[in-house]
Ligand binder design. Structure first.
Ligand code: HEM
Length: 388
C-alpha cells in the first residue's frame, strides 16, 4: 500500500502538511510501517497524550531517532518524579539571572547582524542573521566562549539529523553530538574548579533539599540547551522570516506596526513551527480510534499536525495574523512544555524588531532551498532573501 506519511522522505522535511491532513482525516491513529511507530495528528489526541506522561513515557528519549547515551540523563528523556526535580533545578538556574538581562546582548548581536546585511541586495537569513544571534546570545547566557555561529549550527543540526537510508542515525551524526558533549564536559569541569557567573555554574551548583544534578545531568542538560536553543530557535526565527516573506500583506502590517510582532510569532508557532514531532513510548496497551497499540510501542506526537487541525483552529491552513491561537502546541504541553519558551520569544522578538525596522521590505530570493533531514524538526538549511 502507498504510505500516506513517509517519515524518511525529503517531502516530509520540506512540506509535511498535506500528509498530516490525510492522517488527521483518515488515519488519526496511524501505524507507520516505514518508521515502525504510531503517529498521532489530531489536536485532541496529541494534547491528551502530551499531558498523560504515565501512559506516554519519555524515558526512552523524546527524539524519534534517539541519540545514543542521552535517554535517562536530561529533561526531555525522563519522567516524574526525577523529571520534576531536574526541571526545578534547571528552572532555578534559569530564573536566577532574570531573562530580561539577555535582551541587551540579543539586541547588540541582532544590530550587528542586521547592519551587516542591510546594504546588500540579497543575503542568507540562516547563516547571516538567525544562527548568528542565536549562537552569540545562548553562548553568552551559558558562559561559553564565542565560536563561529555557522560551525556551531552545522554541528548542532548534524547532531539532530536523521539518515534516510538507515531510517535512523549514522556515525557522523552520533560523532557530532559526542564532540559537542565532550566540549561541554570540559567546560563543566572548568566550572567545578573555578565557578563563574553563568548558567553552567548555576546548573552545577543548583540544589533543592540537598539534591544536586549529577555531572552527567549537568553535561547533558547544558548540551540540550545548546541543541534545543540553537536548532529550535534559529530554525523558528528562520521560519518566521519565511512566513513574512511569503505573506507580503502580513509583513507590511507587522513592519508598519511592530506591536503586531507577538501575534506573528504566536501564529508562526502554530502554523509551521520548527519543532514538529516528538516521541513517546507506551507504558500500557491502549486502544485509540479502533487501533490497538501495545505497551512498548513507539508513538509520535505530531505537534505540527495538531496545530493545523481544523477541529481546533478554524481555517487552520491559513496564516492569519489576526488569529489569537490559544493553546497551540508549538512548545508542547504538560510536563515537558518547553523550558526555553520565554527565552525563545524574547530573542525572536528582539531580533525581528531590529530586522523589520532596518529591512521592512524583503522577499524570498528563490523558493527552492534545502531542508534539514530530520525526523523531529522542520528546518531550512538556508533562507535566501532579497531586499524589496
Ligand atoms: C522557538 C524555539 C523553540 C521551540 C519551537 C521549542 C519547542 C519545544 C517543544 C515542542 C518541546 C516539547 C518536547 C516534548 O514534548 O518532548 C520543547 C522542550 C524543551 N525545550 Fe524547547 N523549543 C524552543 C526553544 C528552546 C530554547 C531556546 C531552549 C533552551 C535554551 C529549549 C530547551 C528545551 C528543553 C530543555 C526541553 C525539554 C523540557 C522538558 O522535558 O521538561 N527550547 N521545546
Amino acid at each position: 500500500m502507498h504510505e500516506p506519511f513517509r517519515l524518511y522522505s525529503t517531502e516530509i522535511d520540506r512540506d509535511p502538511f498535506p500528509a498530516y491532513k490525510t492522517l488527521r482525516d483518515d488515519f488519526p491513529c496511524y501505524w507507520s510501517e516505514d518508521a515502525q511507530t504510531w503517529v498521532l495528528t489530531r489536536y485532541k489526541d496529541v494534547q491528551a497524550a502530551a499531558m498523560d506522561w504515565e501512559t506516554f513515557s519519555s524515558t526512552q528519549g523524546n527524539l524519534v531517532d534517539e541519540i545514543p547515551g542521552r535517554a535517562g540523563g536530561t529533561l526531555g528523556s525522563i519522567d516524574p518524579p526525577r523529571h520534576d526535580r531536574l526541571r526545578a533545578l534547571a528552572q532555578a538556574a534559569f530564573a536566577k539571572k532574570n531573562l530580561e538581562h539577555l535582551a541587551a546582548p540579543a539586541a547588540r548581536s541582532a544590530a550587528r547582524a542586521v547592519m551587516a546585511v542591510k546594504t546588500r541586495d540579497s543575503f542568507d537569513f540562516v547563516s547571516e542573521v538567525s544562527s548568528v544571534v542565536t549562537v552569540e546570545t545562548l553562548f553568552e547566557m551559558l558562559g561559553l566562549a564565542p565560536r563561529d555561529p555557522s560551525e556551531v549550527r552545522a554541528q548542532v543540526v548534524l547532531s539532530v539529523s536523521s539518515d534516510k537510508a538507515n531510517k535512523g542515525r549514522n556515525d557522523a551524526q552520533n560523532a557530532a553530538f559526542a564532540s559537542l558533549t565532550a566540549y561541554i564536559a570540559d567546560e563543566v569541569e572548568k566550572r567545578r574548579k573555578m565557578p563563574a557567573d553563568d548558567l553552567i555554574t548555576r546548573l552545577a551548583e543548583a540544589e533543592i533539599d540537598g539534591d544536586k544534578l549529577s555531572d552527567r545531568e549537568v553535561i547533558l542538560t547544558t548540551s540540550m540547551f545548546v541543541v534545543a536553543g540553537v536548532e529550535s530557535l534559529s530554525s523558528f526565527m528562520t521560519i518566521l522570516a519565511h512566513n513574512l516573506a511569503s505573506h507580503p500583506e502580513a509583513r507590511r502590517r507587522v513592519a508598519n506596526d511592530l506591536s503586531l510582532l507577538p501575534q506573528a510569532i504566536e501564529e508562526s508557532l502554530r502554523f509551521n513551527t520548527s519543532a514538529q514531532r516528538f516521541k513517546r513510548v507506551l507504558t500500557r496497551d491502549l486502544t485509540l480510534h479502533g487501533q490497538v497499540m501495545k505497551a512498548g510501542d513507539k508513538v509520535i506526537l505530531a505537534y505540527g499536525a495538531a496545530n493545523r487541525d481544523e477541529r481546533k483552529f478554524p481555517d487552520a491552513e491559513v496564516y492569519d495574523l489576526d488569529r489569537k491561537p490559544r493553546n497551540h502546541l508549538g512548545f508542547g504541553a504538560g510536563k515537558h512544555f518547553c523550558i526555553g519558551n520565554a527565552l525563545a520569544r524574547l530573542i525572536t522578538q528582539t531580533t525581528m524588531t531590529k530586522f523589520l525596522t532596518e529591512i521592512p521590505d524583503f522577499s524570498l530570493a528563490t523558493d527552492s532551498f534545502d531542508w534539514v533531514p530530520s525526523s523531529n524538526f522542520r528546518s531550512p538549511v538556508t533562507l535566501p532573501l532579497r531586499r524589496g
